[in-house]
Design a protein around this ligand. Structure first.
Ligand code: CA
Length: 227
């Protein structure tokens, strides 16, 4: 999943970002409301962790503007204990949950998991292509009768491709969708992950599901449709 952390205190911002990364997500950090709104327009976020007390524009305003622009991913607000008014206003403005500071890392991770699970159930049905099946709710992948074990990043990359069957994506586009904004674009990470995915899902098959279009990018294709 790709997560946006909106927090103006650098120590908290980096701690939360590291927690998200440690849980297998890609995480970007924005230190102000306007920056958060800008990021949300560019990258496909699955969840936003949003501090309430931000300079210039409050978290409540950020949540309201995100929702007004059609942003539908869950928003988890971080509030101080005495910010009850802001907390209520934030929930009214479109946040899904809140967590009071100071919070335990394990609780933040549990809230994030719960919000993503809820969203999975509501918005992310099982993805299928030929005899491959990917279930976001249980995090399971099968090809025919064979269960396939994927890392969090492999899973995210495969899910993104499966959601757009037949569509060709450049390495840059895949990095945008699955990795962080700060990721070095010249690295061959996509190539490495595609190779590893292919080994796992296409093992022993004559016709692979992942197709490389040399110099352009990658896509998943149903071998029966390839002709
Ligand atoms: Ca703050």
């Amino acid at each position: 999943m790709r997560i946006l952390v909106v927090e103006d205190e650098p120590a908290i911002a980096s701690a939360v970002t590291e927690l998200m990364t440690g849980a297998g997500h890609a995480a970007d950090s924005a230190s102000s409301g306007p920056q958060a709104l800008e990021y949300a327009q560019v990258y496909p976020y699955d969840l936003v962790v949003l501090d309430v007390m931000l300079p210039g524009m409050t978290g409540r305003e950020v949540a309201g503007r995100l929702r007004a622009s059609g942003f539908s991913a869950p928003i988890l607000m971080l509030t101080a204990l005495d910010e009850v008014g802001e907390r209520v206003a934030g929930l009214d403005a479109g946040a899904d949950d809140y967590l009071a500071k100071p919070f335990a890392a394990s609780e933040l991770l549990a809230r994030v998991r719960a919000l993503l699970r809820r969203r999975d159930g509501e918005r992310r049905p099982i993805a299928r292509l030929a005899d491959l099946e990917l279930d976001p709710a249980s995090h399971r992948v099968r090809r025919g009768s064979r269960a396939i074990r994927l890392t969090a990043k492999e899973f995210a990359l495969l899910e993104f491709l499966l959601r757009h069957p037949g569509q060709l994506f450049s390495q840059e586009r895949l990095i945008d969708a699955v990795w962080d904004a700060e990721f070095a674009p010249e690295s061959n990470v996509v190539e490495v992950y595609i190779r590893s995915l292919r080994r796992k899902i296409d093992a022993g098959r004559r016709n692979g599901l992942i197709e490389t279009v040399r110099g352009v990018g990658y896509r998943v294709v149903d071998p029966r449709a390839r002709g």
